[in-house]
Design a protein around this ligand. Structure first.
Ligand code: ATP
Ligand code: MG
Length: 454
């Protein structure tokens, strides 16, 4: 779409020149010989993408126009044009909120460059703000669904610690209980919400790389360090650093981490410069950290440091009827995603959900509902639609020859590889490929789409 520019300028010659320049570059241009006419058009037609205004005009000067514009919008990019030699007015305009200034006589290159970079910046800023607004909506405390007292208590806690922006928080709970979700809720409801949310899973990074991931390095710190690299601690400056599976952090790195937490200062590997970093640390673990402390694999002092506030996410099997509330939420979610109109869960299906013990907690429930929604053809989810994973000891077990490597694996990458291999082996015949992986054709195609392989 063409960018709309308003030009406010009482000098006819300048107007003619700019009309020529901007029309050629494909801008949508509106010219006004007085600020009042521009303000009038603005109130009728809405905001343009950018305003370019002269500073010296008879009925209202550019500074006053700028002040009025800022009352209407704090974001609208405004560039002022000042006569060569009147730098003071340009400075005053910048103080009053102008995005930039150009000196007269106008140079074609300067004009184009200033306008295009200002537009680009404002576009980026809008996208960033849109992003964080959207996130703030997605991660409001109610995203952690449930009416059980335990759940309410967790939500209250999250809201409270969110406000205390320097407090370290340790999130605990079994796998799939919502620790990652809780970390985002804290960040996006805190005064740091506009800052970055940076996440690292300590179990997913090989131990020998973890230190440089966290602290970064300077050029030449080791073979392969061909340029400076910022670590994620620095990236989290002004925001939140979320370290998942903190129990997996090797001891040497634990002491560096403790140093950083106490001093709020760090150095990149091989670097001399001491850097001050202000970030809130949230950690998570689904292991028994106290046992790790007693066993000597986790530093006691670090444990106390990260455990200023601790928040326990309850397992789903202890949440009673919340299973149905959360399942209902997932039904809505997948209705939107699959474009379906499933009206709810039948009483029989509810019984099935309530009777299960959910070793994989909410993550498992989400997967079960997702699968059920794919197969559901009726108006409600029926008991037959619900396929629970076999409990330990029963059903089909994992193929014995597959072993998760010690350093862990990227599940998404593996799933993607398995899907493409199956397709290749079956000459791109999806029905056969689905059968090869013991899935229905629908599930197979859905997963292909998910990975953009369709
Ligand atoms: N109370 C809840 N309400 C709604 N959705 C939830 C709730 N708890 C968890 N979820 C969802 O369940 C899924 C798993 O949650 P999450 O990844 O936060 O778990 P986790 O505790 O970090 O698990 P792990 O220890 O395996 O990393 C996510 O899709 C999350 O959004
Ligand atoms: Mg997690």
């Amino acid at each position: 779409m063409k960018a709309t520019l308003f030009i406010v300028e009482d000098d006819v010659n300048s107007i003619e020149l700019m009309k020529e320049i901007f029309a050629e570059q494909g801008y949508d241009l509106r010219c006004f010989s007085s600020p009042l006419a521009a303000l009038d058009a603005l109130s009728r037609e809405g905001l343009p993408d950018l305003i370019l205004t002269d500073l010296m005009m008879p009925e209202m000067d550019g500074i006053e126009l700028l002040t009025r514009l800022r009352q209407i919008s704090s974001q609208l990019p405004v560039i002022v044009m000042t006569a060569y030699g009147s730098i003071e007015t340009a400075v005053e305009a910048l103080k009053k909120g102008a995005s930039d200034y150009i000196t007269k006589p106008l140079s074609f290159e300067e004009l184009m460059l200033t306008v295009s970079t200002t537009l680009e910046l404002s576009h980026l800023r809008r996208r960033l703000e849109g992003l964080s607004l959207d996130k703030r909506r997605r991660f409001k405390p109610a995203a952690l669904t449930g009416e059980h007292e335990l759940m309410k208590k967790v939500r209250d806690q999250l809201v409270k610690v969110a406000q205390a922006e320097t407090t370290c928080v340790l999130l605990r709970g079994e796998s799939g209980t919502g620790k990652n979700l809780a970390a985002r809720i804290i960040h996006y409801n805190s005064p740091l919400a506009r800052g970055p949310f940076v996440e690292l899973n300590c179990a997913a990074v090989p131990a020998n790389l973890l230190e440089s991931e966290l602290f970064g390095y300077s050029k030449g710190a080791f073979t392969g360090a061909v340029s400076d690299k910022q670590g994620i601690i620095e990236q989290a400056d002004g925001g939140t650093l979320f370290l998942d599976e903190i129990g997996e952090m090797p001891l040497e790195i634990q002491s560096k981490m403790l140093n950083f937490l106490e001093s709020r200062q760090m150095r990149r590997l091989g670097g001399l410069k001491v850097r001050e970093v202000n970030t809130r640390l949230i950690t998570a673990s689904n292991h028994d950290l106290e046992a790790a402390v007693d066993g000597g694999s986790f530093r006691r002092d670090l444990f106390f440091r990260i455990n200023v506030v601790h928040c326990q996410l309850p397992p789903l099997r202890e949440l009673g009827l919340d299973v149905l509330i959360i399942a209902g939420k997932f039904v809505d979610e997948f209705n939107r995603q699959f474009n379906k109109h499933v009206g709810g869960i039948s009483p029989q299906a509810e019984q099935v959900l309530l009777a299960h013990d959910w070793p994989g907690n909410v993550r498992e429930l989400r997967n079960v509902v997702e699968r059920a929604m794919l197969f559901c053809v009726g108006k409600r989810l029926e008991a037959e639609d619900i396929q629970l994973s076999a409990k330990a000891g029963g059903g089909k077990s994992l193929p014995g020859e597959f072993r998760i490597p010690a350093e862990g694996l990227d599940w998404q990458e593996h799933e993607r590889a398995v899907l493409s291999q199956a397709l290749a082996r079956c000459g791109n015949n999806r029905t056969k490929a689905a059968r090869l992986l013991s899935m229905s054709r629908d599930t197979f195609i859905y997963r292909l789409k998910k990975f953009g392989l369709d």
